[in-house]
Write a protein of this length. Structure first.
Length: 394
């Protein structure tokens, strides 16, 4: 087997999923994560359709995911007096099964930590490809050489920036931001008692505030050009939400007052990785949101676990020959990610005009909505390669 040693940047979802398959096929895997430990909580992520379930089943974690599911949440849109205007079904927002990002990350980590090296509290600072590997420099640790390097470090990928170029050349801001704040009290219930929850959302042009349900205590989406703020500064993020949603009616003033009591506040842009000609360059490859992310688009988590399965399997079939495996990975995933390259969730959650809100509300109750959901589910399915000899051998 060629290219035995691999480095994966990122320990959220794509990273541990890739680590699982690579170690199973005999690679020596190191995962580096800039956070000091596994991140807890986070936004809810979901899986839909047989392809997603099949990969999770092959990983042996499908039952664990269902055991930690958040439940299904319908979003009821109301006017200022609380009168119902429209309902966004939980099947649309949460797929077949939904789980907190932190819970999913922990489940995958527990499948891999004994067989893989995990380095927390560090990150890649420089990558230099040589004839026989990649020389990797770290922010804190000593430099090391690996045969292959994988960027599984999200839509703001450092590996992509170091290998392909500046983020502005590869990530398109889609005109909105989103914020999740506080863990939902719903999640304190045993998983078996989490069936169907309801959250309530109030729209004005360009802004929506959503309260309750299983995803988070509060959820905000708002239209805005690109903002300049420190991504690690929670106080700054709180202030942006307070300033943006000041003056709104319904229960929003109370929500903003409660915001100070939440430590887990996360604000980020609704953005999409521009269509890339290749997710690989030399000995370096992008997996998950780093290569084909689309915030809130409903495709990212499933694509991450499928992409990890594909690139690891192709490497194993090719005997570690990355030139062959990476070409196959690009060919398969370019087709699979095509649908996610078109969607934009921000304008659906927070239309910029009163007319847009009315049209969205009408659409939610129409047959066109059902058709869109069926088309999206179809796009999430893929004829998975079996890599039968490798699966049988392991």
């Amino acid at each position: 087997m060629r290219n035995q040693t691999v480095l994966i940047s990122g320990a959220s979802i794509a990273g541990p999923a890739l680590a699982y398959w690579l170690q199973r096929y005999g690679f020596a895997v190191t995962v580096v994560e800039r956070a000091p430990e596994l991140r807890r909580g986070g936004q809810a992520v979901d899986f839909t359709g047989e392809t997603h379930h099949d990969v999770l089943r092959r990983m042996g974690i499908l039952d664990d995911i269902y055991a930690h599911r958040t439940g299904t949440t319908d979003v009821v849109y109301v006017d200022e007096s609380g009168k119902q205007l429209a309902v966004m079904s939980g099947e649309f927002t949460g797929g077949d099964v939904e789980i907190l990002r932190g819970d999913l990350s922990r489940i995958m980590y527990e499948k891999t930590y004994e067989s893989c090296e995990y380095i927390f509290g560090d990150s890649i600072s420089a990558l230099t490809e040589t004839d026989d590997g990649v020389w990797v420099e770290f922010e804190n640790g000593a430099p090391r050489q690996f045969d292959l390097v994988f960027g599984a470090d999200g839509i703001h990928s450092r590996v992509r920036r170091l290998t392909f170029g500046p983020e502005k050349d590869y990530v398109k801001h889609l005109g909105h931001y989103y914020c999740i704040a506080g863990s939902s009290p719903w999640l304190s219930r045993p998983a078996g008692e989490r069936s169907r929850a309801t959250s309530y959302g109030y729209n004005v042009p360009g802004r929506v505030a959503i309260s309750g349900g299983s995803k988070a205590h509060q959820f905000y989406v708002f239209a805005a050009p690109e903002l300049d703020y420190p991504r690690g500064d929670v106080d700054a993020q709180r202030q942006i939400i307070k300033d943006t949603f000041a003056g709104m009616g319904w229960k929003v003033p109370q929500m903003l007052t409660e915001l100070d009591g939440f430590d887990d506040v996360y604000l980020d842009s609704v953005a999409r990785v521009r269509k890339m000609k290749s997710y690989t360059r030399g000995r370096i490859a992008l997996v998950g949101d780093a290569g084909y992310g689309n915030t809130l688009g409903g495709f990212g988590t499933g694509q991450a676990v499928v992409g990890a399965y594909i690139i690891a399997g192709e490497l194993a079939v090719a005997g570690g020959d990355h030139t062959v495996a990476f070409d196959r990975y690009n060919e398969i995933m370019r087709g699979y990610t095509k649908m996610s390259e078109q969607s934009s969730a921000g304008r659906f959650f927070a239309p910029k005009t009163a007319r847009g809100i009315k049209i969205r509300n009408w659409f939610l109750g129409s047959k066109a909505m059902d058709l869109m959901m069926k088309m999206a589910e179809k796009q999430k399915n893929l004829d998975l390669p079996d890599y039968p000899a490798l699966v049988a051998a392991n």
